[in-house]
Design a binder for this molecule. Structure first.
Ligand code: HPA
Length: 303
């Protein structure tokens, strides 16, 4: 990862946001549109951001929504880079690293995942409590890890921040959103799991499996960025159950509204005490309108 490109990307994100970012959001498959009308920003095409990986197939790579959400400067990345597309781990984590260099101290990761816990049902939400990186890859494997990494031997205990998880649980209960607490296994894909693999994942301690997120969490932790993650369970593996991409996308669209509420609740309460005041979330906690004006501030040195 080139320092110059990274600095350029971070400068652009700061410029578009009107100052140092507070948080970054990564929108998983099917959730791309959820914050579009909530963030006061015109979309920034990935191709305009220096250092962003090139799309593997011509066409729409993705876009960043950079602006204000509930009084915080944020970037929401709509469009991810996956190992199964042939990207390297450094490409996969580039958006996270760029946002961190633009000042983001928190990342909210979302994904679609397949349940291997047979108590789960399609459409359920899971708060990620921990992860299994089963990709065999890491963004920190390099003679020179990306800029900002001080120690490549990063601690991964509480990689998913306990305070933000507690906040997420409060928001979910406020909206009567049923949310499991589970372990996310990240695999390379793109084939879905065989029944034997799904059983193995369960025995290993996974509750859900997907093809993203784990490398982003490692990169964020290596930069000291706090992580919270949500999986929408789009399908559940079980005897005789087949998995299709169309089914996964349809289910993720059905869960998008709940994901949006959780993201907004987290962003609105980033510096609130935990547990937050529950009772009337819309008035009490989401007191800052989504498009609240922010004072422009001079850009700061990157991490
Ligand atoms: N496996 C891996 N990734 C997924 C799945 C699955 O069953 N569903 C959605 N993403």
């Amino acid at each position: 990862m080139k320092r110059k490109k990274l600095d350029e990307a971070a400068d652009l994100l700061r410029e578009r946001a009107g100052g140092t970012l507070d948080a970054a959001i990564v929108l998983g498959s099917g959730f791309g549109g959820v914050l579009r009308d909530r963030i006061d920003a015109s979309p920034l095409a990935y191709k305009k951001i220096a250092g962003m990986p090139e799309p593997t197939v011509p066409g729409h790579a993705g876009e960043a929504l950079v602006g204000a959400l509930h009084g915080r400067r944020i970037v929401a990345f709509s469009g991810r880079f996956h190992l199964y597309e042939g990207y390297d781990p450094e490409d996969v984590v580039f958006p996270i690293v760029a946002a961190a260099h633009a000042g983001a101290k928190t990342v909210v990761l979302t994904n679609a995942a397949g349940g291997v816990n047979t108590d789960y049902r399609p459409g359920d939400l899971m708060l990620i409590a921990d992860q299994l990186n089963l990709t065999g890859r890491s963004p920190l494997v390099s003679a020179h890890p990306f800029p900002g990494v001080k120690d490549r031997f990063v601690d991964m205990v509480d990689a998913y921040d306990p305070s933000l998880r507690s906040l997420a649980r409060h928001i979910a209960s406020e909206y009567a959103i049923v949310m499991h607490d589970g372990v996310y296994a990240g695999l390379t894909g793109p084939a879905y799991e065989t029944p034997a693999e799904a059983r193995l994942l369960r025995q290993m301690g996974a509750d859900a499996a997907g093809m993203s997120t784990v490398l982003e969490t490692i990169a964020a932790r290596a930069l000291g960025v706090t992580v919270v993650g949500f999986s929408l369970i789009t399908n559940v593996h079980g005897p005789g159950v087949k998995t299709s991409h169309a089914e996964v996308l349809a289910a993720s669209q059905r869960g998008a509204a709940d994901i949006a509420r959780l993201i907004e609740g987290i962003v609105a309460n980033l510096d609130a005490p935990v547990p937050p005041i529950v009772g009337a979330l819309d008035e009490e906690l989401l007191h800052v309108p989504p498009h609240a004006e922010l004072e422009p501030e001079p850009s700061e040195a990157s991490v």
